[in-house]
Design a protein around this ligand. Structure first.
Ligand code: BTN
Length: 269
């Protein structure tokens, strides 16, 4: 593997998908943009089709979940967004996060030979540190933009203080340079596969694909749901993608939200 930056020509040469990244209008790879999700939402509003891909070498206003910034220096990560026109029941939309997470884990295994973990519902982790995340945005019934950020190279210098030491990159794990184009091409193929399962209503298969990489199950977790703090043992994932928790007050299901996992020292991360 070699270190080269994301570019459309190389990506197209590596691409073996049928629908994702193969639309009637060209995929976009920007040297610099505010946010690939924002750009994909704009293109969606102009009627762009299912499968369009927007990526960037650098984002000046990358967005994370909960209104956070996604630090996106030049060529340090894969910053990529997919426009989907979901042809699935609304009840299946939460499964898209799981399908996307499974696709990221499988792509990193095939492109870089590493086994990463998935933390319910939108985090990619390695050895307890954050490797990437997913931001899914659905402005209307026919538009879903799934944005993925994966740390490819060491970012510690640029990381805000609160994230220093809590994040990791693919190259730190692999120990040698990785190809951003190869990771992107494999990710697009894995996403195509995972979404085709979703369209075929294969909910159990998606949950199973996700569970192969799960780090959440069997752990005590804490979740904030509205004003309530819920703690419990993460027992399983239901077929609708919700997290089943065993709490002192009985079983509870979480349908969305952020969780922290209890560590050996009793703290939560
Ligand atoms: C998270 O908070 O864990 C989600 C991070 C998602 C970041 C990606 S980078 C590509 C896309 N464009 C954005 O502005 N955000 C997402």
């Amino acid at each position: 593997m070699y270190s080269e930056h994301l570019d459309l020509t190389t990506l197209n040469e590596l691409l073996v998908t049928k629908r994702i990244g193969r639309t009637s209008i060209p995929n976009e790879i920007w040297n610099e943009i505010d946010s690939t999700n924002t750009r994909a939402l704009e293109l969606a509003a102009d009627g762009a089709p299912h499968g369009l891909v927007v990526a960037a070498r650098q984002q000046t206003a990358g967005r994370g979940r909960q209104g956070k910034t996604w630090v996106s220096p030049l060529d340090a990560g894969l910053y990529i967004s997919f426009l989907l026109r979901p042809q699935v029941e609304l009840t299946q939309i939460p499964l898209i996060s799981l399908a996307t997470g499974a696709a990221v884990a499988r792509a990193l295994r095939s492109a870089c030979g590493i086994q990463v973990g998935l933390k319910w519902v939108n985090d990619i982790v390695y050895d307890g540190k954050k490797l990437g995340g997913i931001l899914a945005e659905m402005p209307n019934r026919n538009t879903l933009v799934v944005g993925i950020g994966i740390n490819l190279r060491d970012l510690h210098e640029q990381m805000p203080d609160e994230l220093k030491g809590r994040s990791v990159s693919v190259e730190e794990i692999v120990g040698s340079p990785v190809s951003a184009n190869q990771v992107a091409a494999n990710l697009m193929l894995e996403l195509e596969h995972a979404y085709s399962l979703l369209e075929a209503g294969e909910k159990t298969q998606i949950v199973e694909l996700w569970k192969v990489h799960a780090v959440t199950l069997g752990k005590v977790i804490r979740a904030h749901v509205g004003n309530e703090v819920i703690e419990g043992l993460a027992k399983d994932i239901a077929v609708d993608g919700s997290l089943i928790l065993e709490t002192l007050a009985g079983d509870r299901r979480l349908h969305a939200g952020e969780i922290s996992i209890r560590l050996k020292d009793g703290s939560y991360a």
